[in-house]
Design a protein around this ligand. Structure first.
Ligand code: A3P
Length: 298
């Protein structure tokens, strides 16, 4: 349906640009983004989940919450996920963090150059989650269609073009990944893929506990795994985003917990789109020197 002039003006106002990257105006302001980068005080006991959107952020937030409570799911069933592991770059998240007793669990979609400067040189830890970018763009497209703070993605081909040009909120996937992967090898940086979590959730939880120095017994690890499956999280109203108001997420049009699989891009990409994506991927990722589970498809 053709948009009215008012609707077009509203769409144009949805993003705030900070240092060349678009953010959701409904969640962030330029002042907050500057404050977070320049003045936010990271503590040595902080643990961050850092991701490009749609890469498994909320999944890792839930895993981290469960590990933090040694497998006891009560916290995950009592408190909304955005208050347990708040996004530091959002106005609401920053407010939650003002009253958060350490050790803090914090989320961020920020690229490395916009991340709190005080992290570098601290002993705080980062868990960076990555996902096959073809599945990221697919998930992002469907999420933008149901989330009122995003511009209407129009068509999938249009959204794919924007994604490849880095012209979507949070910027270029390629820049995000290449920037953060420079931290590879640092003792306070751990990266894991969505595909590894899907393939071996238990083994992944054990690796995450090792990185965090958390000693969980077998029963506690089992509980983390049981409570972090797609099925359990889909039914947990404190994790499935069903509590977000209808003006922000149009629940009647789709769900945040959409499919939870790998390879859904194959249902959305044409052969030509996939080949074009591969050309951009190979060019942009050629100097990275890290192999990912999806490399054979890209
Ligand atoms: P799909 O849209 O492909 O289903 P993020 O949290 O970064 O926004 O990522 C959201 C994606 O992670 C969605 O992907 C969502 O379904 C998926 N997801 C969330 N929890 C999951 C889980 N426990 N297992 C598998 N996928 C999960």
């Amino acid at each position: 349906m053709e948009k009215t002039g008012e609707e077009r003006r509203e769409e144009a106002m949805k993003y705030v640009n900070f240092e060349g990257v678009d953010f959701l105006r409904g969640a962030c302001t330029e002042e907050t983004l500057r404050l977070v980068r320049d003045e936010f005080q990271v503590m040595d006991s902080d643990t961050f989940v850092v991701t490009y959107p749609k890469s498994g952020t909320v999944w890792m937030m839930e895993i981290l919450s469960l590990v933090h409570k040694h497998g006891d799911p009560s916290w995950c069933h009592a408190v909304p996920i955005w208050n347990r592991v708040p996004w530091c770059e959002t106005c609401i998240g920053l407010e939650v963090l003002r009253h958060y007793m350490p050790p803090r669990l914090i989320t961020s979609h920020l690229s490395i150059q916009l991340f709190p400067k005080s992290f570098f040189g601290s002993k705080a830890k980062i868990i960076y989650v990555l996902r096959d970018p073809k599945d990221v763009v697919t998930s992002f497209y469907y999420y933008s269609k149901i989330h009122g703070m995003f511009k209407d993605p129009e068509s999938f081909p249009q959204f794919l073009d924007n994604f490849l040009q880095g012209n979507v909120p949070y910027g270029s996937w390629f820049d995000h990944v290449c920037g953060w992967m420079k931290m590879k090898g640092q003792s306070n940086f751990f990266f894991i893929t969505y595909e590894e979590l899907l393939q071996d959730l238990r083994g992944s939880v054990v690796r995450i506990c090792d990185f965090l120095g958390q000693e969980l017994d077998e029963a506690a690890i089992d509980s983390v795994v049981e409570n972090a499956t797609f099925k359990t999280m889909k039914d947990n109203k404190m994790a499935n985003f069903s509590q977000v108001s209808e003006d922000i997420i149009h629940h009647s049009k789709g769900r945040f917990m959409r499919k939870g699989i790998s390879g859904d891009w194959k249902n959305n990409f044409t052969m030509a789109q996939s080949e074009r994506f591969n050309r951009v991927y190979q060019e942009k990722m050629k100097d990275l020197g890290t192999k990912f589970p999806w490399d054979t498809d890209c």
